[in-house]
Design a binder for this molecule. Structure first.
Ligand SMILES: Cc1cc2nc3c(=O)[nH]c(=O)nc-3n(C[C@H](O)[C@H](O)[C@H](O)COP(=O)(O)OP(=O)(O)OC[C@H]3O[C@@H](n4cnc5c(N)ncnc54)[C@H](O)[C@@H]3O)c2cc1C
Length: 475
């Protein structure tokens, strides 16, 4: 089904001469996503340049019941920003809403438009000696509207929380075109329901975020990065507890990496090497940061003390502390390339799960057995944000298996792994969201009461189901 040409012409008029694309050859980058799982189709991409244009477009779509898919940097991993192949949805890219509206140092806030690239916000914050702590590998292309809509997490959640914790106010165009002016920099605002939280993690199903007021923090000039070997995941969890206690909660990142993951990165991504001379089964990349000056706190000593205490207790077997920013970046490269590098090993079946941290060691033993039973010789590469309980439980295909045959088992394996996650009261979607990829899992793992509440919220804000209708909830 295509969109009525009269509507297309009217929408182009609202978006202005630079505000639309209707030539299929210029649409490709908007209609494909990083994992190549979804390919979309649309007759029209709109690129409004301000909030009022967004509002006018949505109002017109609401009147004519034209479904809308909002898109930011298109780095999402669950297909939420890709229109369906039916071709009946228009895509609204927020990339031209890219202004920083205000940096307020006394209030420690920055107010930004939805199309601001995350790395740009980090840079603007740094210019005033502040930190905006959301950090993830896609930060050079993802946009804050997308980060908010997926409740993005990343590597600093352990210390600063995810997007839900980093936002104070939102401006949103609602599904009828009305604008909710909810931008404020208030840290206390006890006036009934916290409406902004509805739109965070809603993946564009309840409205279009056009701007946000975000929290800033003092810039942590002091940083220590270490890469250490641990005996097993249980030792890693005990090490986390110890490190948090010793550092007075200064640990900002705590990432787990299995030996196979390290091997894969070194094998396939140039300019990477094993930081340690001996080979071990499990590694932790950890970072402590502080905004206190070196004269007030010697962070190097803190890190050394953490590692030596952990070694005394047999939790850490070996390790290296980065001597400077270059060495720190080299260590981080090992972590950041883990997902990419798996591509060179054939197919990879992904899980973005979270568990109570204390349950992770037992889960990893049991899930290994589950994977082996479902696909013998498949190779689990569980890595990620151990510090906040989020594992990217990715499974590389058996070396000799056909890639397509392996990937055909994606859903089947997901069910087995997610069933086990549920036994531990975990979540089948920790930070990437639901999108179009995990809609069936919502039905399988969310309770009827939760799904009913979600549907009631959706129906009351978007009765005609025009906002990203193929995402999160089954129609
Ligand atoms: C290499 C890589 C690493 C990643 N690492 C992490 C990580 O560590 N942690 C993590 O949490 N995520 C990670 N992600 C996924 C992450 O969620 C997204 O990269 C990012 O947050 C999405 O931002 P985006 O602008 O690209 O949004 P898009 O992909 O464009 O959109 C994502 C969703 O938000 C909706 N949306 C976008 N903008 C708006 C808006 N203004 N209003 C309403 N809805 C909107 C879309 O419709 C879609 O449903 C990673 C992705 C990649 C490619």
């Amino acid at each position: 089904m295509t969109i009525n040409p009269t509507h297309i012409e009217k929408l182009k008029e609202i978006a202005g001469s630079k505000g639309w694309i209707d030539n299929p050859s210029n649409m490709q980058s908007f209609l494909e996503e990083p994992r190549d799982k979804f390919k979309g189709h649309t007759d029209l991409i709109l690129l409004p340049e301000n909030r009022d244009q967004v509002s006018e477009i949505v109002r017109y779509c609401a009147q004519h019941k034209i479904p809308i898919v909002p898109q930011g940097g298109n780095s999402g991993l669950v297909g939420g920003g890709i229109p369906s192949s039916a071709g009946d949805e228009i895509l609204i890219s927020l990339r031209r809403l890219s202004h920083i509206r205000e940096v307020n140092i006394d209030n420690q806030t920055v107010t930004v438009e939805a199309g601001c690239i995350l790395a740009h916000i980090q840079e603007q914050a740094k210019e005033v000696d502040c930190l905006f702590p959301l950090s993830l590998a896609a930060e050079g292309s993802c946009m804050i509207g997308g980060n908010l809509s997926t409740n993005a997490g990343g590597v600093n959640v352990l210390h600063y929380g995810n997007m839900r914790n980093l936002v104070l106010g939102l401006e949103v165009v609602l599904p009828n075109g009305d604008i909710w002016h909810g931008l404020n920099g208030l840290r206390k605002n006890n006036t009934g329901y916290d409406l902004k939280q509805l739109f965070i993690g809603a993946e564009g199903t309840l409205g279009i975020i056009t701007a946000a007021t975000l929290k800033l923090f003092p810039y942590p000039h002091e940083k220590q990065t270490a890469f250490v070997a641990v005996k097993d995941p249980k030792a890693a969890v005990d090490f986390l507890t110890l490190a948090r206690r010793i550092s007075g909660n200064m640990i900002t990142a705590f990432e787990i990496i299995p030996r196979l993951g390290l091997d894969i990165v070194i094998r396939h991504i140039p300019n990477n090497r094993d930081p340690l001379e001996t080979s071990y089964d499990w590694y932790i990349l950890l970072e402590c940061t502080s905004s206190l000056g070196r004269d007030l706190l010697n962070l190097e000593q803190v890190m050394e003390h953490i590692l030596s205490s952990a070694m005394d207790k047999g939790l850490v077997l070996d390790g290296v502390i980065a001597k400077n920013e270059t060495e720190s970046a080299q260590l981080w490269r090992l972590r950041e390339h883990l997902s990419d590098a798996q591509k060179y090993e054939g197919g990879s079946i992904k899980h973005d799960i979270s568990l109570p941290i204390s349950a992770i060691p037992e889960f990893l033993i049991k899930s290994g057995a589950v994977v082996e039973k479902v696909i013998p010789s498949a190779r689990p590469v569980p890595f990620g944000h151990l510090g906040d309980g989020n594992l990217h439980y990715n499974i590389s295909q058996p070396i000799t298996m056909d890639k397509a045959e392996f990937l055909d088992k994606w859903e089947h394996l997901n069910h087995h792994v997610h069933d086990l996650v549920k036994e531990y009261n975990g979540s089948f979607s920790a930070e990437h969201g639901i999108g179009r990829l995990k809609i069936d899992d919502m039905e399988r793992y969310k309770s009827k009461i939760e799904l009913d509440m979600m549907r009631k919220i959706k129906n009351s804000l978007d009765p005609d189901m025009i906002m990203n209708p193929n995402v999160i909830l089954k129609k």
